[in-house]
Structure formats: C-alpha cells, structure tokens
Design a protein around this ligand. Structure first.
Ligand code: ATP
Length: 306
C-alpha cells in the first residue's frame, strides 16, 4: 500500500502544482525531472565551466524529418561577447536557443560550451550555467518578490530589490499598493509583456549565470519600454557570453557579431555597420523596420494632437 500511496501522493502534489498555474517550463522540468526529448547519458559528466565560450559546429536539426530547419550552422560566441541572430519569422532562430539549452539534441554536428559537447554533460549542470530570458515569461501565482527571487532562492530582500532596480522594474513595482508583495500571475495582477520580461531579467540578474540566452518578444513595444528593456539587458549581458534571438533590430546594433539566418543557413554575418554596407538582406530588414517605427511614431503624434 505504501508503494501505491507514494506515487499517488506525488501525483496529487503534481496536480496541485499544475493547478496553481505553474507553467514556467524551466521550473516544470526541474520539478518533475521530465525530459521532453533528451535524457542524460549514463556516463554524463558535470559541465566544467570556464569563461563560457559557445560554439555551434555544422549543426543540423529538424523537428520533423521531412522539414529540415537548420542545415549546417557554424558560429561561435566567444566568452563574454554578444552574438545576435536575426532573420525572417520561422527561420529557426529560437530553435538555436532551444538546442543550446538542450530541450532537443542536434541531429548532426555539435554544440559545445568551453569545448564540452552539451550532449555529454548532465542537463542540470548545463542549465545551471545558462540564464534564459524567454519570449514570453509565465509568472508564478505568487508575489512579485517570489517571482524575482526564483533566480536565486537564497537572495536577501535587498538583493531582490537591487535586481529589480537593475532590471528597470523597481519603479513600476513601487507604484503598486503592495509593492514587492503584490500578487502576480493568472490570479493576481496581470503584467504587460514588457513588464514580465523585466521580471525575467531581474530573475536572471540574481542567478548571475556565465551564459545568457535572450529570446526577445516579437510584440511591438513603445519606445520608452523598449529603451528600458534595452538598458536592463545591457546590465545583465555585460561580460557574459550572450546569445540574443533578436526581433527588434535596435537590440543588435551593439552586438559583436550578427548572424542572419534564412532558409536554414547563415545568409550573412558581420557587425551592424558591415551588414549595412553590404546592402543585402540585413540592410533591407533594417530599413523596413525603421520605416515601420517611423510610421508608428507618426501615427502616435497624429493621435496625440487630436
Ligand atoms: P519567429 O521569429 O517567428 O519567432 P524563429 O525564427 O524563432 O521564428 P523557430 O521558433 O525557431 O523560428 O521555428 C522554426 C520552424 O520550426 C518554424 O517553422 C516552426 O513552425 C517550427 N517549429 C518550432 N517548434 C516546433 C515544434 N516543437 N515542433 C514542430 N515544429 C516546430
């Protein structure tokens, strides 16, 4: 009976957790110890982190064998540098970040961190060195302080507040009647996409990982929010090896290298200036986005003057 009671108890626990709206994928993976697609090798070692250099070597990947997504991707993110990946929707940008975090395994080629193939190390040790700021952060139904402290549960109140400050979200939190104790999530206060992303950044600042993956939200942000998020990201990515999946070209201007992904291959690469001079795909994406931003701002001015 005990043998039956324990799993039943566990299922009850899991059910309650799920009901609470615990949909943060990273947390779910930790909690249930479930691997959707990949498992540790029997002899998997602990990742030995040095300066955090990342290399993608001839990476091939398909979710469905009939439709290859990545067809031989090779690039490096040197330790402490920032590489941004841009390209049309569906090009496979976010897939690169999922492979680095090892939600899936590459089918050909390899991804290494400080020379160690991510398939040969434990997922726990891999994920402990990576901070992930996802496109859409799902918050726990708990206080805003809890949601930030999740980055490092041992953090003090002062550290939580300092992280919120650095992530440019503290000012907003102070406007809430209950401040850091305000309940958020599905049953609490609904935060905007930009606010949620800044909570995720604060969480990552507390975790202080050597490697960072930033998957930008696709949704349009107003200029002020965009600037606030940008300066929060600048703080968190300083001196960290950073892979940015960029949807807004304003984020990529200062990247050490920009990778332009199209149809499963790297179509162009270089710095912002080099790619503008080249007058190719990146340059046309850039001018299209600038026109869209200008049109949006013009529309806003017209509305404001009405
Ligand atoms: P966007 O800019 O729109 O976010 P992206 O370049 O990040 O796009 P990915 O999310 O990497 O694109 O997806 C690449 C392709 O893989 C898309 O065509 C997508 O439909 C497909 N895809 C993504 N996730 C899965 C999945 N879990 N199963 C099957 N196909 C998937």
């Amino acid at each position: 009976l005990i043998q039956l009671a324990i799993p039943l108890n566990f299922i009850g626990f899991v059910y309650r957790e799920i009901r609470q709206g615990l949909t943060d994928i990273e947390h779910m993976f930790d909690l249930l110890d479930v691997r959707a697609e990949v498992v540790d090798r029997p002899n998997a070692s602990e990742l030995v982190i040095g300066k955090g250099a990342i290399a993608f070597k001839d990476v091939h990947f398909a979710y469905d064998a009939a439709r290859p997504i990545l067809k031989g991707i090779t690039f490096e993110v040197p330790a402490g540098k920032t590489v941004a990946v841009v390209g049309p929707s569906g090009a496979g940008k976010s897939t690169l970040s999922r492979l680095l975090y090892r939600f899936y395994d590459v089918q050909e080629g390899a991804i290494t961190i400080d020379g160690q193939d991510v398939r040969t190390v434990t997922q726990k040790s891999l994920r402990s060195v990576i901070g992930m700021v996802p496109q859409d952060t799902v918050l726990f139904n708990d206080t805003i302080a809890y949601n930030i402290r999740y980055g490092r549960v041992s953090a003090s109140e002062a550290e939580v507040e300092a992280a919120a400050e650095a992530a440019q979200i503290a000012e907003f939190i102070r406007t809430l009647p209950e401040g850091f104790q305000a309940m958020v999530g599905e049953r609490g206060l609904k935060l905007s996409g930009g606010e949620k992303q800044r909570v995720a950044i604060a969480r990552t600042i507390l975790k202080a990982p050597p490697i960072l993956i930033l998957d930008e939200a696709t949704s349009a942000l107003d200029t002020r929010t965009e600037q606030e998020i940008q300066s929060a990201l600048d703080v968190v990515s300083r001196n960290r090896t950073t892979l940015v999946i960029a949807h807004r070209l304003s984020t990529v201007i200062n990247a050490d290298e920009i990778i332009v992904l199209k149809d499963g291959v790297i179509a162009e690469r270089g710095t912002h200036g080099e790619l503008i001079d080249r007058d190719g795909l990146y340059a046309s994406m850039w001018s299209r986005q600038r026109e869209a931003t200008q049109a949006e701002e013009q529309l806003k001015r017209v509305r404001e003057s009405d």
